[in-house]
Design a binder for this molecule. Structure first.
Ligand code: NAD
Length: 272
């Protein structure tokens, strides 16, 4: 005998909401970030559209579109995630505008097509700086604000199936080194953050997409797109509608038992 009580199940719809939440999405003028920022707003959150300062005008357009569509508050903030000062200023700007931060999709990242063991070290460092160190700094600053405000939260990091497998990107068949290292690191960063932050009620998890048509594949020609689509068991790329659900799940109370999980969503690419 023990004191455990089996609860009645509650409404899935009631738990799948972000009403009254304040959210940040980095890389939010890009494909995946714009999609999740839009979906957060549809679920009721106010959303900060965060991207490189050079893209502030594009970010303002995304922010205005989302505010018009869903009637939530949005702001656009220029922030280079490789710069700690930019991140501190961004967190302060969002906190000033919305009062606090509950949900963070740390999604800014770069992808390089021709990435192999002979790449210049400066290029390697740049990829690590954005995809891993930048993610660490965004996680840290946002978590510190959540701790200060004492209400917990949810941080979702965009990793990649390249954090699970070493894949190649181009038909020449180079296997990726820097990108896969950055994403493998981000997956483990997520778990380390998760185990430390859960005592503050902050859940940190990651998503690992496979090939999604996000706009980041414009450098590929049709032969390559067809080749990579055919290499996946589902025989096609995924799209933005297929990624938003898992990010919203992790952001909302529906995902309240996810801690340090990495959700692989790859059309079966990592099976074989
Ligand atoms: N599309 C895919 O197939 C795929 C698959 C797996 C993982 N991912 C990951 O998803 C994330 C989003 O990629 P996407 O496909 O939407 O690509 P994208 O190029 O459309 O978006 C990336 C965004 O990040 C921003 N960014 C780049 N460097 C930045 C910096 N230093 N500071 C702030 N913002 C910066 C860019 O301006 C851009 O808006 C990336 O982390 C990428 O590695 C994408």
């Amino acid at each position: 005998m023990n004191n455990q009580v089996v609860k009645d199940v509650s409404s899935v719809k009631d738990r799948f909401t972000l009403a009254g939440k304040q959210a940040i999405v980095t890389g939010a003028k890009g494909g995946i970030g714009k999609a999740t920022a839009t979906s957060f707003a549809e679920l009721g959150a106010n959303v900060a559209i965060v991207d490189l300062p050079a893209f502030i005008e594009e970010s303002k357009v995304v922010a205005a579109e989302i505010a018009n569509r869903y009637g939530v508050k949005t702001i656009a903030v220029g922030c280079d995630v490789t710069k700690e000062e930019d991140i501190k200023n961004m967190v302060k700007a969002v906190s000033d505008a919305f009062g606090t931060i509950d949900v963070v999709h740390s999604n800014a990242g770069i992808f390089v097509g021709n990435d192999h063991n002979n790449m210049p070290v400066e290029e390697f460092k740049k990829i690590i700086d954005i995809n891993l160190t930048g993610m660490f700094m965004v996680n840290k600053e946002c978590a510190n604000l959540m701790i200060e405000h004492g209400h917990g939260g949810s941080i979702i990091n965009t990793v990649s199936m390249s954090g699970t497998i070493i894949n190649s990107t181009r038909l020449e068949k180079d296997y990726m080194v820097a990108y896969t290292a950055s994403k493998g690191g981000a997956k483990h960063l997520t778990k380390g953050m998760a185990v430390n932050l859960i005592k503050h009620g902050i859940r940190v998890n990651s998503i690992s997409p496979g090939y999604l048509i996000s706009g980041a594949h414009k450098f590929m020609d049709q032969i390559e797109v067809d080749y990579w689509a055919n290499s996946v068991p589902i025989k096609r790329f995924g799209d933005m509608d297929e990624i938003t659900g898992i990010v919203c799940l992790l952001a909302s109370d529906l995902g309240s038992y996810f801690v340090g999980s990495d959700i692989l969503m790859d059309g079966g690419a990592c099976i074989c």
